[in-house]
Design a protein around this ligand. Structure first.
Ligand code: SAM
Length: 210
């Protein structure tokens, strides 16, 4: 019998009861079930921890799953700024991060992320880590803000670069697909970045800001 790689890897680890509860709450509330996968969450923890990032931006909070994973990688001085369109999602995410012990290390900025990013730029803020996981049409906008708000050596992670195959389907050319293709091309070609794109999960972009 062949076991699916995701299942095999998940079975290597003890069940993460806190994150199971986050998923259960998302299901109960009828919210979109689009949190990052468990091993992907561990990758976020790993990247924050190994990069030593202190100031982190998350674009798209949903129910707090990726927020907990990012926070787990932070040192004592680490802070998460999470940008979320919907107030009720941010409130849930905050309650989940509080249960996880990170409630006082996270600040939620409610509203369109592009507006929050512009505000952070006006305030002269700088960050060490960006996780982009929100509306796809704005991915190129989010990437440019991330580069502008980055300290040298910052890490940028972008999710859903394949759009469940639509990015790779030449017959699909809607606004989200075009925006994500542009994002992927920028990640690959922008001289300010060192990058790679992994054909894992739904397509995972990883970049380092020079
Ligand atoms: C894929 S979900 C995020 C999942 C989350 N990162 C996780 O893995 O736990 C996308 C989130 O982006 C939010 N969102 C959509 N459009 C947005 C916008 N313009 N600005 C900020 N957040 C937005 C949605 O409300 C949703 O919560």
């Amino acid at each position: 019998m062949n076991i699916h790689p995701d299942e095999y890897v998940n079975d290597l680890y003890d069940e993460d009861l806190l994150l199971t509860e986050v998923i259960r709450t998302i299901q109960e509330r009828g919210m979109p079930e689009v949190s990052v996968a468990p091993a992907y969450g561990r990758l976020l923890t790993f990247l924050v921890q190994t990069s030593g990032a202190k100031q982190i931006v998350e674009i798209g909070a949903l129910g707090g799953y990726s927020g907990i994973c990012l926070s787990r990688g932070m040192s004592e001085e680490g802070r998460l700024t999470s940008l979320e369109l919907k107030e009720e999602y941010a409130a849930l995410a905050h309650s989940q991060l509080t249960k996880a012990g990170y409630g006082d290390k996270v600040e939620y900025k409610i509203g369109p992320a592009a507006d929050s990013l512009e505000q952070l730029k006006i305030e002269g803020k700088k960050f060490d880590f960006f996780f982009i996981d929100a509306d796809k049409e704005n991915y190129p906008v989010y990437l440019e803000y991330a580069i502008e708000l980055a300290n040298p050596g910052a890490v940028i992670v972008g999710d859903n670069c394949f759009l469940r195959g639509r990015t790779l389907n030449t017959e699909k050319n809607g606004p989200s697909v075009q925006a994500v293709r542009k994002f992927n091309e920028l990640i690959a070609t922008d001289d300010r970045l060192v990058s790679t794109m992994l054909p894992a999960y739904d397509g995972l972009a990883l970049a380092y800001v020079k």
